[in-house]
Design a protein around this ligand. Structure first.
Ligand SMILES: Cc1cc2nc3c(=O)[nH]c(=O)nc-3n(C[C@H](O)[C@H](O)[C@H](O)COP(=O)(O)OP(=O)(O)OC[C@H]3O[C@@H](n4cnc5c(N)ncnc54)[C@H](O)[C@@H]3O)c2cc1C
Length: 375
């Protein structure tokens, strides 16, 4: 952190207070998605593409700005608005792998909030094992015909620009995979399925997507060269995983803070819960987990900046932070007794929302595979 980042954190916090008050977030939860206007407001406030160069309409910051933004959002308890996906995952694909024309075309609209983005990798039959995807993009005149189905796609209902992982050569594994950018407006044959009914993060629209002979112009092939998709995915994975790890560290801090407040107020057997040694030991253990995870994740953020963050180290960060987070939210919920099971209490939502962190962006088991391979 430095003075400029502190100021950025303050302005992000002010945005969340102003634009995402708890009543509005509650409405998003009921609707199963955020409203479209909040994305434009985030763009106007300069919160989209904060690490993208100013010449492309971005904030001209770096990865630290993204992490600060995601942490402020988590601190404010704002669910549904998938800034970490847009800023932390999809927009960097275009910035890092797009041709100059593609960057000039898409980055300004992604940074202004005119286009909301998504990335469609997972399919009904392939999640962890991405090489087995079956969506195809077959050359047709001056473009491609896209066919297939995706599932679990965050921003699936709202996204207007979707980076789709597809096979441009179905006979090859990694080398036959490409990333194609679909602009959904007027895309014949593109259909959004219903929102998935999830156990947490209800304000986030997670959906199936269907492609039936959807035409994608040839110049929407990311980077302009077929067969680069897997390498582009691999290049971005460490940062994506770190984004999830950083969110997990913030969740731990929030869980501890809300639990401290609760155990100081709640009495049992004539004393505050906070006075039981068990409560103190459990919270001490949570604090130790959170502190160590945060130090490691912050070290990895520095390594993103100097370009030295490798895949196994990012996998360690995600595995450790998300598993620690799960242990912490569960222990904190336990200290709430029955109230921890009631959605009115923040710990209940933290617990439900944290569960997915061990699954998406590569499950804990896949993180172990990546780490084991490096030993
Ligand atoms: C809320 C939510 C949002 C998501 N958002 C997106 C999104 O925006 N875009 C997108 O493309 N995807 C998204 N996903 C999908 C997510 O990335 C996948 O769910 C995840 O990668 C796991 O894939 P899967 O569900 O197919 O599980 P599977 O791959 O079927 O795995 C099932 C179980 O088997 C284990 N397993 C698999 N392979 C191995 C192995 N080799 N060794 C040991 N164990 C193994 C896994 O760890 C897991 O425990 C999202 C998922 C959720 C739940």
């Amino acid at each position: 952190m430095d003075a400029e980042l502190e100021m950025f954190a303050d302005s992000a916090a002010a945005f969340f207070r102003r634009e995402c008050p708890p009543e509005r977030v509650a409405r998003w939860r009921e609707a199963g998605q955020v409203d479209r206007e909040v994305w434009r407001a985030a763009g106007e406030a300069g919160l989209l593409g904060v690490s993208i160069a100013a010449e492309h309409g971005g904030g001209g910051g770096d990865f630290r700005h993204d992490v600060v933004l995601f942490r402020e959002q988590a601190k404010a308890g704002v669910e549904g608005l998938a800034l970490s996906l847009h800023n932390g995952i999809v927009v960097p694909y275009i910035a890092a792998h797009g041709t100059e024309e593609q960057k000039a075309r898409w980055l300004p609209t992604l940074c202004s909030g005119e286009l909301v983005s998504a990335i469609a990798m997972s399919e009904p039959g392939a999640g962890s094992d991405l090489q087995s995807i079956r969506t195809t993009a077959v050359r047709d005149g001056n473009g491609y015909r896209l066919n297939g189905a995706k599932t679990f796609i965050s921003n699936g209902q709202l996204a207007e620009l979707i980076v789709v992982v597809a096979k441009t050569d179905a006979n090859q594994g990694a080398r036959g995979t490409s990333l194609l950018v679909l602009e959904t407006e007027g895309a014949d044959g593109f259909r959004r399925g219903g929102k998935l009914d999830k156990i947490g993060n209800e304000a986030q629209d997670t959906s199936e997507l269907f492609f039936d002979e959807v035409f994608i112009p040839a110049d929407h092939l990311l980077g302009g060269e077929e067969g680069r998709g897997f390498f582009q995915l691999m290049a971005e994975l460490p940062r994506e995983r770190l984004v999830i790890a950083a969110q997990a560290t913030e969740t731990m801090e929030r869980a501890i803070a809300t639990t401290l407040e609760y155990v100081r107020g709640r009495k049992a057997f004539g004393q505050a819960l906070a006075d039981f040694q068990n409560t103190q030991f459990v919270l001490a253990d949570c604090k130790a987990k959170a502190t160590v995870a945060r130090a490691f994740v912050d070290g990895c953020v520095a390594r993103v900046l100097d370009g030295s963050l490798d895949n196994p180290t990012a996998a360690i960060a995600k595995l450790h932070a998300t598993e620690a987070c799960w242990a912490v939210v569960d222990a904190c919920l336990q200290l709430h007794g029955g109230y921890g099971y009631v959605n009115d209490y923040p710990i209940a939502r933290l617990w439900r929302n944290a569960r997915v962190e061990r699954i998406y962006g590569g499950s804990s088991e896949i993180m172990k595979l990546v780490i084991a391979r490096s030993l």
